[in-house]
Design a protein around this ligand. Structure first.
Ligand code: THU
Length: 134
């Protein structure tokens, strides 16, 4: 699957964002090494702290279905109908990625199918702590 298709699926997932408090809508599409895609959106809560990010929604859906090996994730976040800035994953989501993904895992953040930036997990979380440290 190419980056453009994965971004399209992240933008599609963003439409389901439940974000009545921040109004900041995030969608993610997580690609497994076997080629399957799990979509996720951010899910906010009136008590605020139970809020779940789009990326973790996608991971938890995938892991709970037995997936363990991942290739890339596309993320699209922002206010309004179309993201105007690049949304990079928060620190907690980077740590969840660290649990299941290698240094070369690709993180794509997109404003549209053709405007995006890409980095590896190693670049996003240098010197991270993961399963190999235990
Ligand atoms: N959010 C995500 O979904 N992913 C991130 O990586 C950063 C933040 C969500 C959480 C909250 O619903 C909203 O964006 C504002 O922080």
């Amino acid at each position: 699957m190419d980056n453009q298709e994965l971004i399209r699926l992240a933008l599609e997932a963003r439409k389901a964002s439940y974000s009545p408090y921040s109004k900041y809508k995030v969608g993610a599409a997580l690609l497994t090494k076997s080629g399957k895609v799990y979509q996720g959106c951010n899910i906010e809560n009136a008590a605020y702290t139970p809020t779940n990010c789009a990326e973790r929604t996608a991971y938890f859906k995938a892991v709970s279905e037995g997936e363990r090996e991942f290739e890339a994730i596309a993320i699209a976040g922002g206010y309004g109908d179309v993201p105007v800035d690049y949304a990079w994953p928060c620190g907690v989501c980077r740590q969840v990625m660290m649990e299941f993904c290698g240094a070369d895992f690709r993180i794509i953040t997109a404003k549209s199918e053709t405007e995006y930036q890409e980095a590896t997990l190693e670049e996003m979380l240098p010197c991270g702590f993961g399963p190999n440290n235990l």
